[in-house]
Design a binder for this molecule. Sequence first.
Ligand SMILES: [Zn+2]
Length: 255
Amino acid sequence: MHEIIDSHCHLDLPAFDPDRDEVIARAREAGVIAFVVPGTTAGGWEKLLRITADSDCLYPALGLHPYFMEAHRAEDLTTLAALCRERRPVAIGEIGLDFQLEKFDAGAQEALLKAQLRLAAELDLPVILHVRKAHDAMLKALRQSGVKGGICHAFNGSLQQAQQYMKLGFLFGFGGMLTYPNARRLQRLARELPLDHIVLETDAPDMAGALHHGERNSPEYLPEVLDALTRLREEPAAGVARQTTENVRRLLKLT
Ligand SMILES: [Zn+2]
């Protein structure tokens, strides 16, 4: 068993209300020593902060996710700034750009993103990014922001885009999608990117791996992501676990 960190799991969501403690206990038994829980909407922050404060291995991030544009209100940004100052989350996230959504308003998403990037730069916090079909717009926004780095969660861009993100201090999150045999492009990225820029994640309860297709995803399955990455890179699991764990710790200053 290897000590690993789930750098992205939504343990605060209602999907885990019935058995959250059991899920965390099983994940810890499987070697998951820390869990980063990113926020998505202002309505969820209080619960997220309560759950993470009650635990010694759960770490909160706070942010307004582009997937929920209709839920966000202008005053949420003021609340976010106040909560970040008061509670000092490990990152601002999950924030980003999603240009794959059926009806998206690129302008509104970019305005929300830029406001949150400004806050991250001001508070010297890393960011956790959700980016779909929008890497060039994201890279441009990051360059203008002064943000020092973060994690590109569920990275799905090109190798060239990855190089741009690395220059800006970003790591890349890989999860259950790696376990699907037909995910060749993603597997190639996971093989070619330097290990000191890779972190493990589940994105639970979404994005279940091949062994749990159609089920609720869970941080207890994170060792399967480690397995997939280890096989792809043909490197010993112990080293991959140690390095990816160290990457999260260093970036998010986990103690
Ligand atoms: Zn997420």
